[in-house]
Design a protein around this ligand. Sequence first.
Ligand code: ASP
Length: 351
Amino acid sequence: MNNDRANTRVNKVLLIYTGGTIGMGRNVQTGALEPLNFEHLIANLPEFAYLQTDIDTYQFTPPIDSSDMSLRRWAQLVRIIADNYDSYDGFVILHGTDTMAYTASALSFMLENLTKPVILTGSQLPIGQLRTDGKENLVTSIELASACDEEGHPMVPEVCIYFSGKLIRGNRSTKENADGFNAFNSFNYPLLCDAGIEFNFHPHYILKPDYSRPMIPHTALDPNVVVFSLFPGIQQNVVRHFLDVPDLRGIVLRSYGSGNAPQKPWLIRLLKEATMRGVTIVNISQCVAGSVKMGRYEASFHLKEAGVVSGYDSTVESAVTKLMFLQAKYKDCHTIRSLMDRSICGEITRG
Ligand code: ASP
């Protein structure tokens, strides 16, 4: 749908700079890119003055490469947004691309009943470089974060990633390209907006929050989660080693195709022992597109019998952070498993 009615009236956006390539410069000694401070970024963006949005800024000190993103920093982001929630119409988070999809997924669970846009963006080339993609990504993200409908409601009241013309639901996003400008994709959910010459919002796919309810920030996450991928020839001692990790409460099992695993009795036995101990094992596919369908083949039927739950069409980033979120909130594995089976904020489509 071409939504001309989406107007971009003068709104207030809080721009949170965490780091990432967008604000990096080259270290003259090592030649490596390293995060610079925010003044550098702003100095390279005279376009700021033309934006029809009031912008305040908050900067992580020091700014980080997103490879250093952590649960503590996700909680920090949640606190910044919660503390400033009533003063701004939207939030833009400048973030390195490497772990942006994890942060977007985590925030989608941690900001319960979000009614304002939280848009993450970054760039593949630093903003100071001639061919940078950072300017367009930043300027468009600010416009998207302040775009409202005729009733004054935000066009996209959810956690999203904006990158290279695409607005993607945060917990459906994956970094797919380490080199190209087109770094992110959403393989199992349509785009929320195509940003070409004009914004082409797709309201049908955008979450509709209950504006009468307050936003509830959550800062607790449980990191006792592991991701492991199956591969032909995987050894029993390797799997046992993973499952024996002390305090482990959640496993994201990356299986084949529509959720299949080798039908080896030792594998099923080990998985069953873990689920009986209260570990939640979530089955997602190694394929980027499509969904797990447990029981479709005999090769996944046994997983079901072992107590493994379906992750449907979840991304790995979303499955990991959802487990961290639910494990911090609930002690009981049955509650966690039943919530893994439901969509909390649009992260899965149940087949
Ligand atoms: N290593 C950088 C980061 O994630 C890459 C980037 O920003 O694109 O912080």
